[in-house]
Design a protein around this ligand. Structure first.
Ligand SMILES: Cc1cc2nc3c(=O)[nH]c(=O)nc-3n(C[C@H](O)[C@H](O)[C@H](O)COP(=O)(O)O)c2cc1C
Length: 186
């Protein structure tokens, strides 16, 4: 055992390039945007809550993604939350680009009209948050957009959604049961 491994107990070095695999919060979402030809949909797992109400959500959309340009142009999108039942379609949406493909058609997803934004809801997802871009000041430097949720939808029949949580390299954790600890929290 080297000095380093003794000092840190059972823990070994983790390359910095793998840090995201520890902190990536999930759930993986399907981010939809509007376009003249057809709406686009991409997988996204780099997002973070910033405020309760109105909900503010920070997210990273790479400037290599078709979605980036659509988000800059229309300043609206929908965060759709899928479950493990459509995991293959989610991964498909994360590995193809709307520049060349109508992903709704290719992956058998159904667009439904949103109430407040031009981007569609995904019928196969159990929840959706219609969003407007509240702040894009860091979109050039970090590809970071702050979104404000302006309308939200949920399927009340889905009690313990089996959401997908990306662990890197095509591995996902699936969430399961809920536990209630309210009485123990301050
Ligand atoms: C599980 C998963 C999570 C992803 N998370 C993100 C993300 O948070 N931000 C991002 O820019 N791209 C993310 N991607 C990659 C995009 O979904 C991918 O580049 C997609 O092809 C972009 O589609 P578009 O060109 O139609 O916008 C993810 C892909 C997968 C499979």
């Amino acid at each position: 055992m080297t000095r380093e491994t003794k000092k840190q107990g059972k823990k070994k070095n983790l390359p910095l390039g793998k840090v995201y695999q520890l902190l990536e919060p999930g759930p993986v979402v399907l981010l939809t945007t509007e376009d003249e030809k057809h709406p686009d949909v991409m997988a996204m797992s780099w997002h973070m809550m910033m405020e309760f109400e109105p909900p503010l959500i920070a997210c990273i959309v790479s400037n290599r993604d078709h979605t980036y340009g659509l988000l800059k142009k229309h300043k609206e999108c929908v965060i759709n939350i899928p479950t493990a039942e459509i995991a293959k379609q989610v991964v498909g949406c994360g590995n193809t680009t709307g520049r060349r493909v109508d992903k709704f058609r290719k992956f058998g997803l159904t667009p439904l009209p949103a109430e407040k934004v031009g981007a569609p809801l995904v019928a196969e997802c159990y929840a959706a948050i219609e969003c407007r871009v509240a702040d894009a000041r860091w979109s050039e430097k970090y590809c970071l957009f702050v979104l404000e949720g302006v309308k939200a939808w949920i399927d009340p029949a889905v009690k313990d959604p089996r959401t997908l949580h990306h662990r890197g390299n095509g591995r996902f954790m699936v969430s399961g049961e809920s536990i209630r600890l309210r009485s123990r929290m301050k």
